[in-house]
Design a protein around this ligand. Structure first.
Ligand SMILES: O=P(O)(O)OC[C@H]1O[C@H](OP(=O)(O)OP(=O)(O)O)[C@H](O)[C@@H]1O
Length: 218
């Protein structure tokens, strides 16, 4: 399976901006990962614009239909904002969006949701899914509002086992019957490394990590 141009562009952009790094990183799970994706480093206008365009590309590519974009607080907020800007500017799709507050506001307009009403088919935009807690919370907010979640898009799918044999991403797809899309996944990052000579020193560790923690992919 070959990488799509936007996937290659995304990996190159993330590496050159130190957003995707190779080395040795201890994760919340305790696993020592040979790579790390840090969405907090999309921290200036140009990179926020770029990430929005990458999300819009995967959405266009897959053709998933949705009415409203939802960004889970906090990191999902700028990511969902930049996605709807890219959809409007590059895809001629003017999509409403909203996000939740982590703390309930009891004055002014009040409430937990800021932005467009959660109505119709809702797409969740976030950086990553680790255990799946943030997405599950978002799914319950969406259902409480009477709307229909139709999918999730994340930047990187690490394709690694959770507590059992399948990943948190697969568990969400199974439990809710919705797709979890990603700009790239671990297999594609490894494929990129194989194609490019520049990062070949990291290949062995990446493959070992996948062999130890990776899910079954066909
Ligand atoms: O699948 P999970 O185990 O929930 O992990 C992934 C979530 O964790 C991070 O957010 P966090 O909840 O740390 O909040 P933040 O966006 O405010 O940093 C990340 O942005 C995802 O939303």
């Amino acid at each position: 399976m070959s990488l799509k141009p936007y996937q290659r562009d995304f990996i190159e952009y993330a590496i050159s901006h130190d957003i995707l790094s190779f080395g040795s990183f201890t994760l919340k799970s305790g696993r020592v990962s040979p790579y790390f994706f840090n969405a907090g480093k999309f921290n200036k206008g140009s990179s926020l614009a770029a990430i929005g365009t990458f999300y819009a590309s995967v959405l266009q590519d897959t053709g998933l239909e949705f009415d409203v974009v939802f960004g889970p607080a906090y990191k999902g907020i700028p990511l969902s904002s930049s996605t709807v800007i890219a959809l409007a500017e590059k895809c001629n799709k003017d999509v409403p969006y909203s996000f939740n507050r982590k703390e309930i506001k009891d004055h002014g307009e009040g409430g937990k949701i800021v932005g467009a009403p959660l109505e119709g088919r809702i797409l969740i935009v976030d950086d990553v899914i680790t255990a799946g807690t943030a997405v599950r919370e978002s799914l319950s907010i969406i259902k409480e509002c009477g709307a229909t979640p139709v999918g999730v898009v994340v930047a990187v799918n690490r394709q690694e086992k959770g507590t059992g044999e399948i990943s948190a991403v697969q568990q969400i797809e199974k439990d809710y019957g919705i797709p979890v899309l990603s700009i790239v996944n671990l297999d594609q990052i490894i494929q990129y490394i194989k194609e490019q000579g520049d990062y070949s020193e990291h290949l062995k560790k990446m493959e070992e990590y996948r062999a130890t923690y990776g899910i079954q992919t066909s």
